[in-house]
Design a protein around this ligand. Structure first.
Ligand code: NI
Ligand code: MN
Length: 222
């Protein structure tokens, strides 16, 4: 199984695409016609996460999102499954557990009558357990995520400004204590410029987790 980083918070794992921010992402290594996801998981309504979901989900695709965003997507005829924080949805043996994220979630592209509900993260259990934190600050319930779901791989934002930065993400790594952490949500735009080597050093000072730095388009085999 491969985890491919498509820049920002977008990852392709098997037939799953998380937060498909493609056409407006200056770092995207793919174009829309190169992607055929069967499942899309959306963490929140911001344009850099909901991204190209409506376009990509038109054909034979199931979208997983929080209740409010799922309702919004259904208004376009998209097959969307609504869920909420703490819940689990299973599709073809793949489990999606929705977790807290401390952030905001207005749907940038929508009229104000649509609420984006709460922002979220996911633990995705596909044999390996992968935690995608979404956009979030550090929060102590990450210890509960570790206790309940023991993720082996964590995908954590490190860009700062809109999410936690390197210092906080290193502490998150020590609390989650996965085998591997992959940083995301950095170097897409000038405000979230970061040196990922500094994240490697910060993690090394608090725990034994291996930091894997991917370039957009690169994959980790698990
Ligand atoms: Ni956001
Ligand atoms: Mn974001």
């Amino acid at each position: 199984m491969k985890i491919t980083w498509l820049g920002h918070s977008c990852f392709e794992i098997d037939n799953i695409l998380i937060d498909p921010f493609i056409t407006e992402n200056p770092e995207s290594p793919r174009t829309l016609d190169q992607l055929k996801p069967e499942i899309i998981a959306v963490t929140h309504g911001h344009a850099d996460h909901l991204g190209d979901t409506t376009e990509l989900a038109k054909n034979d695709c199931t979208v997983i999102a929080i209740h409010e965003i799922a309702n919004y997507l259904r208004s376009f005829g998209i097959n969307a499954i609504g869920m909420n924080i703490g819940g689990t949805v299973e599709i073809d043996g793949k489990k999606f557990i929705m977790t807290h994220a401390f952030h905001s979630s207005g749907i940038d592209e929508a009229d104000f009558k649509w609420s984006g509900g709460s922002p979220a993260g996911y633990v995705i259990d596909i044999g390996a357990r992968i935690y995608h934190a979404g956009d979030t600050s550090l929060f102590t319930d990450m210890k509960l995520i570790k206790e309940l779901y023991t993720p082996e791989i964590a995908l954590l934002p490190i860009g700062g400004v809109f999410t936690m930065g390197i210092k906080e993400a290193a502490i998150a790594t020590s609390w989650l204590n996965p085998k591997i952490v992959i940083p995301m949500h950095y170097n897409t735009f000038p405000p979230i410029k970061q040196d990922p080597q500094k994240f490697v050093e910060a993690v090394k000072s608090v725990c034994d987790t291996e930091v894997v730095i991917l370039k957009p388009g690169e994959s980790l085999d698990i």
